[in-house]
Design a protein around this ligand. Sequence first.
Ligand code: NAG
Ligand code: NAG
Ligand code: NAG
Ligand code: NAG
Ligand code: NAG
Ligand code: NAG
Ligand code: NAG
Ligand code: NAG
Ligand code: NAG
Ligand code: NAG
Ligand code: NAG
Length: 736
Amino acid sequence: MNSLCSVAVLLSCLVLLFLGKESLSHPLSAPLKLKQPLSFCQFNGSVCCNSHEDLKLQKQFKAVNVSGSCSSLLKSLLCSKCDPFAAELFRAESESRQVPVLCNSTVSSHKSTQSLAGIDFCTRFWSECQNLSVTNTPFASQSGDGGNSTLYEIWKSRNDFCKIFGGSSDESSVCFNGQAVSFDISKATSPSPSGICLEKLANGSFLNMEPHPDGSNRVFLSDQAGMVYLATVPSQGSREVLTIDETNLFLDLTEEVHFDAELGLLGIAFHPDFSRNGRFFVSFNCDRVKWPECSGKCACNSDVDCDPSKLDSDDGATPCQYHSVISEFFTNGTYVKPVEVRRIFTMGLPFTSHHGGQILFGPKDGYLYFMMGDGGSKGDPHNFAQNKGSLLGKIMRLDVNNVPDAKAMSQFQLWGNYTIPKDNPFTQDKNMLPEIWAMGVRNPWRCSFDSERPSYFLCADVGEDKYEEVDMITKGGNYGWHYYEGPLPFTSSKTSKNSTKITNPILPVMWYKHSDVNQKEGSASITGGYFYRSSTDPCLYGTYLFADLYAGVIWGGAETPLGSGNFTSSHILLQCTSDSPISCSSDTDSSSSSSSSSSSSSSPALGFIFSFGQDNNKDIYLLASSGLYRIVRPSRCNFHCSLENGTSLVPSRQPDRSPPSPSSSQRLHNSITQSDRINGKMAMEVCLWRWVNWLLDNPVCSGLLKMELMVNLKQMEMDDVNLKTVQLSSSGSLNG
Ligand SMILES: *[C@@H]1O[C@H](CO)[C@@H](O)[C@H](O)[C@H]1NC(C)=O
Ligand SMILES: *[C@@H]1O[C@H](CO)[C@@H](O)[C@H](O)[C@H]1NC(C)=O
Ligand SMILES: *[C@@H]1O[C@H](CO)[C@@H](O)[C@H](O)[C@H]1NC(C)=O
Ligand SMILES: *[C@@H]1O[C@H](CO)[C@@H](O)[C@H](O)[C@H]1NC(C)=O
Ligand SMILES: *[C@@H]1O[C@H](CO)[C@@H](O)[C@H](O)[C@H]1NC(C)=O
Ligand SMILES: *[C@@H]1O[C@H](CO)[C@@H](O)[C@H](O)[C@H]1NC(C)=O
Ligand SMILES: *[C@@H]1O[C@H](CO)[C@@H](O)[C@H](O)[C@H]1NC(C)=O
Ligand SMILES: *[C@@H]1O[C@H](CO)[C@@H](O)[C@H](O)[C@H]1NC(C)=O
Ligand SMILES: *[C@@H]1O[C@H](CO)[C@@H](O)[C@H](O)[C@H]1NC(C)=O
Ligand SMILES: *[C@@H]1O[C@H](CO)[C@@H](O)[C@H](O)[C@H]1NC(C)=O
Ligand SMILES: *[C@@H]1O[C@H](CO)[C@@H](O)[C@H](O)[C@H]1NC(C)=O
């Protein structure tokens, strides 16, 4: 259950969970960015205590009745519970503790912590606090008698005391030296990837790749002509090719699909419960002239001041001859007869281009997101993308679990058999069609949710003249087309003068100029990808990958600080490993391969990069005109990534539908360790994740927490979407 890994969900859960739950032994709350510092525990920035917990610590401190030099040491010890890295401090070798690990050595072997060395805090604590009575202190629980004995009476010597409470900072834990833990950002920053190493697994050219929802090592692949295949992915390093059983197709829609430049089978999506209900969805284009069932309302209609009879014919097609369709299918085995169970959506297209077509299920809300471009032509002449009464130039969000009744059909004038999620933005903006989730896009070509932070919904939007962009899609967001292209205002002679200019769109989080990849105007087209979340190349972990269709180049976008929406992107070198199951070079010159065995990689001849794919291990694939490529371990192309054989920082994920278990909590822990290394920055998330890990590993709390998490998850999902949306859209406008 990946949604459980969402920081945001956990945040909401925890906030809810710990309101009024004073019975837990540890002060717990979501980490807070304080408006004013705590009055007792003096911490700056993010802390894991609120003022209430601060007060409790103050009371505890008073109850101990300590004076003299030990007093400030004891205070710092109590306050360490508010340290943003508290959960890290209060555990050693995955054991949770009542007293943080007290630094007992003057050298730190932890690469990324700073200012920990130089103080043997344990010895200092012993010498100044040995007469401290353990009552009311965190030492009480380990004293055995719980009476008024002093540290000295119980442990007798510094050595015995520090054997129990001491320790040093190493790769697996940090120790407490009396001050807030801080990480040395320069040392903690991950080595950025020196390159992406690919292997070629198939010759075929595909537009979509979706992992089988049953978690097996199988994927669905679809091509533009209308075929859907089920294929088995070979394990990494096996040197086997992807096996597609071409004689046993999964689905053949070539009869129904109209296949041409930008038209074809454009999207496939499997119901989150596919393994049980066999429901899946296909988005494609059809031709009214060739297929009678290809008919629906025309997107150019009087509601949007558009007269189809006045549109120019485009590519020989009459307006609304071609349609965008989402159809539902069902399977109980491997082969599907192409029999539609239900027509979900049908819309006639004014022109032959810019109609997105991707569909995907929201990982948290379970709704179907449908990407739709502005409908074509130059400069969106009818201003569809900014027209809230048009579905062109929009990201839609549909509920396909409930079939509408006649009343809903007519109330909302639906375009098919879906219902409207109750919290779609139209509830706040009555002018908006109820299907709309976000607006102002030109031709969204490949969107994805970050599998670890589902509120990060990134869409690449294809530009027209100068810029290609990546947008962070939020509820009700307006991304500016056609008044903006990339980060700058856009003007076109063909654009209608009648519409109100928008002045404050949400600007893209990343973009590139056409001239960055090609000197010719209009000669670039972005292909959106994924946040890399696989363990295969730890140096790519957390990086958002995207490409240009024509230029054969890949960018990596890194967010600093984590959670800020501030992304910087840069080119990443692409190579293909020499032991690729299928050779990556365009010429199949086999004689040279033996002589060139010393070079371990070469530039792959990719052709067009149509799309990206992801499998159940979160490995990322390039879907190019020349074939299907997988990102493999960097060393296979002689790229150096120091984390590559590390202590499994991001363990490979086996499909896991169960609630957090010790192993998945370990996974949470590990993945955040990795990403804070990458970001070199302690963020609110980090603090929270550590708390959660601490909790899950704490035998007393974990059962309770797990139950609460599960119970609250469903309810939290909705609240969380709203919460995060507010957060992100405000950071979006800050960028602008
Ligand atoms: C907190 O910040 C203030 C002002 O930036 C500084 O004077 C103070 O020393 C800081 N306190 C700690 C505990 O870092
Ligand atoms: C606190 O300690 C002082 C001396 O160390 C003692 O006189 C006083 O009675 C103590 N107070 C309490 C409430 O125990
Ligand atoms: C602890 O108590 C002993 C005996 O009462 C005394 O000799 C010693 O100085 C005290 N140590 C500290 C650090 O106060
Ligand atoms: C600790 O000492 C105080 C005062 O001497 C006494 O009232 C209390 O009962 C003692 N507590 C224990 C657990 O022995
Ligand atoms: C520090 O603590 C660790 C763990 O308790 C122990 O193994 C080590 O010997 C201690 N080192 C010193 C110098 O006391
Ligand atoms: C892919 O194409 C290459 C070159 O045309 C050919 O040698 C190879 O056998 C093909 N591999 C597969 C799995 O189809
Ligand atoms: C699959 O569904 C078809 C049609 O409903 C039915 O005839 C067939 O027996 C089913 N197969 C399995 C394995 O359930
Ligand atoms: C709803 O689905 C049914 C069954 O596939 C189909 O006959 C009907 O046309 C659909 N309605 C719309 C508006 O697409
Ligand atoms: C301009 O827009 C308004 C309102 O949308 C509409 O009433 C008017 O007819 C439009 N004018 C032209 C020339 O299209
Ligand atoms: C955004 O990221 C860049 C590159 O990492 C960094 O230099 C800059 O300070 C960041 N800006 C903000 C507002 O955090
Ligand atoms: C990781 O292991 C592989 C295979 O054992 C090796 O080729 C590679 O050089 C190693 N990478 C690093 C960074 O140590």
